[in-house]
Design a protein around this ligand. Sequence first.
Ligand code: PEP
Ligand code: MG
Length: 590
Amino acid sequence: MKPDIKTKELSLKGLVASPGIAIGKCFSHHADGYTINRIEIPKTQVEAEIARLKHALELAVSDLEQIRGEADRTVGPQLSKIFEAQLLILEDAEFFRQVADDIARQHLNAEYVYHRHLQQTLKSLRNSRDSYLRDMAHDINATAAKVFSHLVGGRSNKLVDNKHRIALAEDFSPGEVVLMNKYHIPGFATQLGGPTSHMVLIAKSLAIPGVVGVGNLLRKCPDDAMVIIDGDNGLVIVNPTTKTLAHYREEHRRHRGVTSRQLKSIARLPSTTTDGRGIAVMVNLEIPSDLDQTLAACKIGVGLYRTEFFYLSTMAFPSEEEQTKQYHDIARTFFPNQVVMRTFDLGSDKIVGDLRNTDEVNPALGWRGIRLDLDIPDIFKAQLRALLKASEFRNVRIMLPMVSAMSEVNRTKKLIHAAMVELQSEGVVFDEDIEIGIMIEVPSAAIMAHELAKHVDFLSIGTNDLIQYTLAVDRGNKRVTSLYRQFHPAVLRLIKMTIEAGAANEIDVSMCGEMAGNRLALPLLVGMGLTTFSVAPTRVPEVKKIIASLSYEECRQLAEKVMTIPTADRVEAALQEWCATHVGQIGMED
Ligand code: PEP
Ligand code: MG
């Protein structure tokens, strides 16, 4: 008998974009499913044709304005600025003039000429080595789809017709992701697209799981097939077996977006192990959200505030005043809990738009993090001044990203000192004893942690990058994903060295990389002596419950044993086995 290919489980690899799990039947969203014909028009119709294009552009602008209103409400004004850039594209007078001139000169229909001009622009953007420009091509393409739908009679909005189903497409626009939230689309996958595109930023902030860059997605994933989106591992699983489904249902239950009620119910849990060791669980935040008040009320602080998202949402550095307001609001919301604000961590996978140095062959090893900050001293100083101004409640800490050498710490401290002197002379109140810490995410920093610890107030382990740099495995490259191993003994040794360096120098050590929220890693990290975990808000309930169920002494013995194991596979197997008997099933009630 021939195997039934249609029902065989198929795992498609893409790029990690927006975390979480979604399970359901899928549909393909053909946003650009219209046909553009070349039609010659009589000279007498030229004016009407140009007016038709103008009208279509106006309608597309009005559609986009509505989506921007929805985005304002759901993702907040900061991210919704993304739509301003798209509106500029639709309202680009020079582009319109060139298309109108060609319609008039060549006597051709509007959609054909508009499409031709658009393809020329997109071609050069798509060929660019700059990922920001390539991402921009996606936005422009999706925005233009709106114009075509008005010119050639668009399709019905397939998102609204497919509520609760997983959306697949060549690509989605940021606006479509806003609509996914409105129409309860649980997850998405795309054939094109990059993990740092605008639509991914919006998906992340709306907690819609998604995978991008899945080759052959639309060919291999027929409409109505059962699909699992594994946003954490960049996988799309088509026609999953009963066993795979059961596994992912359990994962899904674990990952579900956290609600205020769930958070409140765990707030009472002790922040200690069963044998009384105090462990702090904090959150990683990117942009202000509705949950902030609840998190603060649950006495949860912020272990990592990624300030670069302020820049990434608009591709422009916010002014000192804008930053002061935002940082101040966050510090006030979370007071008296601590907020660790990381200075701009731009570059490499965090697109830098105009700042991008396009001749970087190896951007991950290039101009990023603190290196970039120090090279733009005026902008950096403005951020440091804003952070200091926000520190008046004395609950703000400043953290430096991607530190690889002591000189970076010293240079930043000098800038902070200069900013303090200025603020003093201006009579501004700030925390004169503000604590300054560093991320440990480069092997050289972990190896030198003992020395670095003498010059800073705290260390925070960023495993997302530490794994990439230790193992020489690009965190965004799907070809080498299987080599990106958090339990690689080399990674574990660097983590241990960092924790020990902090303890020896009596400064705090926390972890804010994804590993801090991994259920297998938790007992090991507690056993290694880690006492502060900063995780995504959705992970707080489970992490707190697991920690409250652990015995430090047993974890310590586990860590001792694990540190002698020479391979990642065997470490993982040992942790699986240990957790099966010690951690059990930890549920998350609504
Ligand atoms: C990390 O590298 O672990 C980290 C927290 O930083 P980011 O993921 O923002 O690079
Ligand atoms: Mg990092």
